[in-house]
Ligand binder design. Structure first.
Ligand SMILES: O=P(O)(O)O[C@@H]1[C@@H](OP(=O)(O)O)[C@H](OP(=O)(O)O)[C@H](O)[C@H](OP(=O)(O)O)[C@H]1OP(=O)(O)O
Ligand SMILES: Nc1ncnc2c1ncn2[C@@H]1O[C@H](COP(=O)(O)OP(=O)(O)OP(=O)(O)O)[C@@H](O)[C@H]1O
Length: 452
């Protein structure tokens, strides 16, 4: 295992950061084989004061639980690195201090933890000038198994509207390179209020409308930036739109390749399948078997009953009593199966342990990863698309946050249209349309229902 050495004059540059980690480029090391593993990799280190697992545990989990769910080329390569002492961490923190003014406002002041290990992660930025790169969080590619059966919004669209309700005043702008999830970043970069429904990543396999929606959201966020107008349709995406003929046609070809990738990739359907597996296990039962926090913890007013949709789903499902799934949805039926053992109780020493807890923790991991796409300027080179940030989550720490969020979504009516209308947010959720595509077996994602 490589160890960073205090005496080496590394030059660290901040590449990006999230809530839990900072990512640095490492330069300035001697060009000898001792340091060869730094080439093509970035240094990812944990932030101080977080209740996350250490990188050694995260790596062990990734190797034993996450990696078997995917093909080797689906995942950003990662390996442990020894940080080699306080001085290295101090140098990293000096970089953060220097960058303070460019950091996301809510990240300012956070520092790298004094930890034994960090990680070397495969660098997914441009390899060469002209490479098209993109990152987004796919988030929930299936409906929440505990959403009301008659929901008209997917988990992510519901959550985004809730977040907008909670943001008073509007959130600070993000650091340019730390893009977060597609819908939040798109809004913050462009001042728009449209939410990108992640179900588009599945629907676009067969729906030209869905593909056009995705491209309109993703292309403005590519590096280098797109040339010409946002394509309105799939065919328009392949037409060069700029006078800068050479670079424009190259970029146009890259846009075509991105479209093709979005339509044909197996990576996101595989992620969705893994999410479905977790959803259909007993994790939802665990999510709802523990008592609710007090109602006052909700930051949004309750959804008025008069606006609730007619049908069995009208009654707001109680968190201790999961709603009945629709008869047409076998995987949702499975999702609501009783837990294998006695329900956990708060305060139980083993309240967050066992199969259901593991399944819920994996569900959390699979819903908070990042997808990187790199489309080389050289058309003979392959498109690379990989998932990163598949970190083990502290399910015990996060359970109450997840419960609270789901409760707010359900009890606040966020799984239905009206809340978005009230919040003035444009939501083009694909929940209903994807269900139709899945029922027709046109999605290419293996059907199986439960995906909304
Ligand atoms: O709850 P969510 O859906 O907002 O997701 C959180 C993320 O927000 P975002 O993707 O921007 O919406 C959030 O990302 P940001 O802070 O927005 O960069 C974290 O990834 C957080 O996980 P953790 O606390 O670092 O373990 C994420 O929390 P978990 O959902 O994984 O608990
Ligand atoms: N392998 C990579 N290649 C290129 N850039 C990367 C890579 N890994 C991370 N980054 C950049 O660093 C940022 C933060 O990284 P990362 O997602 O690991 O942080 P995090 O704290 O785990 O995120 P989150 O808040 O989602 O938990 C990313 O958004 C991205 O811009």
């Amino acid at each position: 295992m490589y160890q960073l050495i205090e005496e080496v004059p590394y030059e660290f540059r901040l590449v990006g950061e999230g809530a839990a980690n900072c990512v640095f480029e490492v330069l300035g090391y001697p060009p000898d084989p001792t340091h060869s593993c730094l080439q093509g990799n970035l240094l990812r280190v944990a932030k101080a004061g977080k209740k996350s697992y250490g990188h050694d545990e995260i790596q062990a989990y990734w190797e034993s639980v996450v990696r078997p769910l995917f093909r080797p080329d689906d995942l950003v390569r990662q390996q442990l690195v020894k940080l080699g002492g306080r001085r290295i961490v101090s140098r990293l923190n000096a970089v953060l201090e220097n960058e303070e003014s460019t950091r996301r406002v809510d990240f300012r002041g956070t520092r790298v933890a004094e930890a034994e290990y960090g990680m070397l992660v495969e660098d997914m930025r441009q390899r060469r000038p002209g490479d098209l790169t993109l990152e987004f969080k796919p988030k929930w590619l299936v409906q929440s198994p505990t959403a009301p059966p008659t929901a008209t919004r997917c988990r992510n669209c519901a959550r985004e509207v809730l977040k907008k309700c909670q943001r008073q005043p509007p959130p600070p702008s993000r650091q340019q390179q730390s893009t977060g999830n597609a819908e939040a970043s798109q809004e913050e970069h462009e001042g728009e209020t449209t939410i990108l429904c992640p179900l588009n990543f599945i629907a676009c396999a067969t729906s030209a409308d869905s593909l056009a929606t995705l491209l309109a959201h993703l292309l403005p966020r590519c590096n280098p930036p797109r040339l010409g107008p946002i394509p309105r349709s799939v065919s328009a995406a392949s037409a060069p739109a700029s006078a800068a003929a050479a670079s424009s046609s190259s970029l146009s070809l890259q846009h075509d390749r991105l479209s093709r990738w979005l339509q044909t990739n197996t990576l996101l359907p595989r992620l969705r399948a893994a999410q479905l597996t977790c959803s259909s296990s007993s994790s939802p039962s665990l999510l709802f078997s523990l008592p609710s926090p007090p109602a006052s913890s909700s930051s949004c007013r309750p959804f008025p009953t008069a606006l609730s949709p007619p049908s069995p789903g009208r009654e707001t499902p109680h968190l201790h009593r999961p709603p009945s799934p629709p008869a047409s949805s076998p995987s949702l039926l499975a999702a609501h199966a009783p837990p294998p053992g006695p329900p956990a109780r708060p305060g139980d020493a083993g309240a967050f342990a066992g199969e259901a807890a593991e399944s819920l923790a994996l569900a959390m991991t699979l819903r908070d990863c990042t997808c990187f796409i790199r489309i080389p300027a050289d058309p003979s080179q392959p498109v690379e698309a990989k998932l990163a940030d598949l970190d083990r989550k502290r399910g015990d720490v996060k359970l109450s946050y997840w419960q609270k969020t789901e409760r707010e979504l359900i009890e606040g009516g966020f799984y239905f249209d009206q809340r978005a209308v009230e919040a003035g947010v444009a939501v083009d959720c694909w929940l209903g349309r994807l269900k139709t595509l899945l029922e027709r077996g046109e999605d290419g994602a293996g059907g199986g229902g439960g995906g909304g």
